[in-house]
Design a protein. Structure first.
Length: 224
């Protein structure tokens, strides 16, 4: 069974951050028998950089399981392989948002009725579910009108509506295609464990403050 872990690093994102995260992602890949690949080239230069994750629509067809992890995510050396806990008909994020907090609904969300908001910094899907990353078909300028960063995102002054285009699109695809969905937080809880302390991701910090916070986490873990 082929498993591939992808991360995104276009435009040379924060080498002081990836210098900490990528070795841990490589170690995680090695432990679970996966390849680790970094998406560096832009295929959608007119879109926000996060939209390059949508390259996974085609890339995910090459593996039994595709795991996407943001480049500013720390994975502790004891974080387990999630794929044995999933059926190939089910996609998973680390957690999820309540859709109406961030996005305007349309007929697909109304029909689906689950109101799942993607948290697309740690995502798992099989080749059965490549539609999770199906590219945008509507004009970006129209879709972005339906994206409204939540209060803490606005307050951070870091998150623009376009930065959430991948979260919106994956939420849309779950609703549109009726994809089964769970979260890693739920899977851990169902098995009497927790992801707390085994993974770290804080997207509302700028690079300078994120670097300091990550150093503290790695020292706490005994990795530094």
């Amino acid at each position: 069974m082929k498993k591939t872990i992808y991360s995104l690093n276009v435009n040379g994102y924060a080498p002081e951050i990836t210098g900490m995260t990528f070795p841990l992602l490589q170690d995680y890949a090695d432990r679970i028998g996966a390849e680790f690949k970094i998406i560096c080239d832009r295929e959608f230069p007119d879109m926000p950089p996060v939209y390059e994750k949508i390259q996974l629509y085609e890339l995910s067809k090459e593996s039994d399981w595709t795991i996407y992890i943001d480049a500013d995510t720390l994975i502790r050396p004891d974080f387990p392989d999630i794929t044995p806990l999933l059926h190939k008909d089910t996609v998973a994020f680390h957690g999820e948002d309540f859709f109406p907090v961030r996005f305007n609904p349309n007929k697909y969300f109304n029909r689906d009725g689950r109101w799942i908001g993607a948290c697309n910094w740690f995502t798992i899907a099989s080749d059965w579910c490549s539609d999770l990353w199906h590219p945008l078909e509507e004009p970006f300028e129209e879709v972005v009108k339906d994206i409204h960063p939540c209060f803490v995102e606005v307050k951070s002054e870091i998150i623009e509506p376009g930065h959430l285009i991948d979260d919106y699109l994956l939420s849309f695809n779950i609703a549109r295609y009726g994809l089964k969905h769970t979260t890693m937080m739920k899977l851990f809880k169902d098995h009497g464990d927790s992801t707390i302390g085994r993974i770290w991701h804080e997207y509302l910090l700028d690079v300078e403050h994120k670097y300091v916070a990550m150093q503290k986490v790695l020292k706490l873990w005994g990795v530094l």
